[in-house]
Design a protein. Structure first.
Length: 363
């Protein structure tokens, strides 16, 4: 093979096609300097480039290697000139073996679009060029050398997304089951609240034992939910602390243990603070739990925590206000109690909505 003759033939056929060296280089996915070296006979095209180069020039591979254009050498249909590459790196999407599997719309409208995963496309846009061959660093470019990995990366991401969707569906069924248990705990809580008005020791014992059982069940539910969201562990921990303080306070009040009112007030304040911390972790855990499923409901859980703080602040503020303005203290206490009731109702509604949504997720 005479590379001088081959170079002259490449140069001649390129001019006949009215292509610049840069345009031919872009179609072949090489640099314009490489094309220049071929035409000057400095080096030969790689073996892998012979077929696409011959196709672009309208030659047969044998004619290209011989360095002479033969009139009787038919050009196979497969070697008809191709349209310009529809990628930044010079590859043809139609030749990609993963295009059907990925349902890929092509580089320009797919991975190579703004916000897409293709580094080569981002690089070309940053440099305001149409393809890699227009870049002076095309030949030694590390990013371009890995252009064959782009479809594999796209495929890997697609598989990961599918696996994540399957995992979300599996977790949704698990979460919905335990949220329904949390809803059923409402019934014993209502019963215990009704027993609070009875001062007899028998009912007090039933209420204390029942409260311990309900809190234990709630803690178990939180521990189960911590499998998919670690924040429920902290909710379970503070719920156990809240249960202990609440039971101790109820027992002291029910059996008239002769404890000073100041001591009872301190225990009550600590119990309220621990209860607030328990609500913080529980509401935050619910918000994080629903983030991937229902963003709107997730944000409602976050806002519910703010209402919870306001309600506790109003009730707490009513205590020192009594000595200054009794009517204002009463207003604070009533408003705080009403807001606490509203928070409890909204909490139940949100749990019900989450359980219903997750129960039908993926169906």
């Amino acid at each position: 093979m005479d590379q001088i003759l081959i170079g002259k033939l490449i140069s001649k056929k390129r001019r006949e096609k009215e292509m610049t060296q840069a345009e031919l280089a872009c179609r072949l996915g090489v640099s314009d300097k490489t094309v220049s070296k071929w035409e000057r006979g400095v080096c030969m095209p790689d073996y892998s480039m012979l077929e696409p180069l011959a196709s672009e020039l309208g030659l047969s591979v044998s004619a290209l290697i011989g360095g002479e254009e033969t009139a009787d050498a038919p050009i196979p249909d497969s070697e008809e000139p191709k349209s310009p590459p529809d990628t930044y790196c010079g590859k043809y999407c139609s030749e990609c073996e993963y295009r059907v599997e990925l349902d890929c719309p092509g580089c320009i409208n797919g991975a190579g679009q703004v916000g897409g995963i293709c580094e080569i496309a981002r690089c070309c846009r940053d440099k305001d060029i149409n393809c890699c061959s227009e870049c002076s660093f095309c030949a030694p470019c590390r990013i371009r050398r890995g252009r064959g990995k782009a479809p594999l990366e796209h495929r890997r991401q697609m598989i990961e997304e599918q696996e994540a969707e399957i995992a979300l569906a599996d977790d949704a069924a698990y979460i919905a089951k335990w949220l329904r248990v949390l809803l059923w705990l409402i019934i014993p809580r209502v019963i215990l609240a009704l027993l609070a008005g009875n001062a007899s020791k028998t009912f007090s014992v039933i209420r204390i034992v029942g409260t311990a059982a309900v809190f234990t069940a709630q803690i178990i539910v939180f521990i189960k939910l911590s499998r998919v969201n670690g924040r429920f562990r902290m909710a379970a921990l503070f719920s156990s602390f809240s249960a202990v303080f609440g039971i101790v306070l109820s027992a002291l009040n029910a059996f008239d243990a002769g404890v000073l009112q100041s001591v009872l007030l301190c225990i009550d304040i600590i119990a309220s603070a621990v209860g607030l911390a328990s609500d913080y972790y529980e509401f935050g855990a619910h918000a994080k739990l629903m983030y991937d499923y229902d963003y709107e409901l997730s944000e409602k859980w976050r806002r519910l925590w703010i209402l919870d703080i306001v309600s506790v602040a109003l009730v707490a503020g009513s205590i020192p206000t009594v000595t200054v303005a009794a009517p204002l203290a009463l207003l604070f206490a009533v408003a705080g109690a009403a807001l606490m009731f509203a928070v409890s109702i909204l909490k139940l509604i949100y749990i019900y909505r989450a359980a219903s949504f997750l129960g039908s997720y993926g169906e």
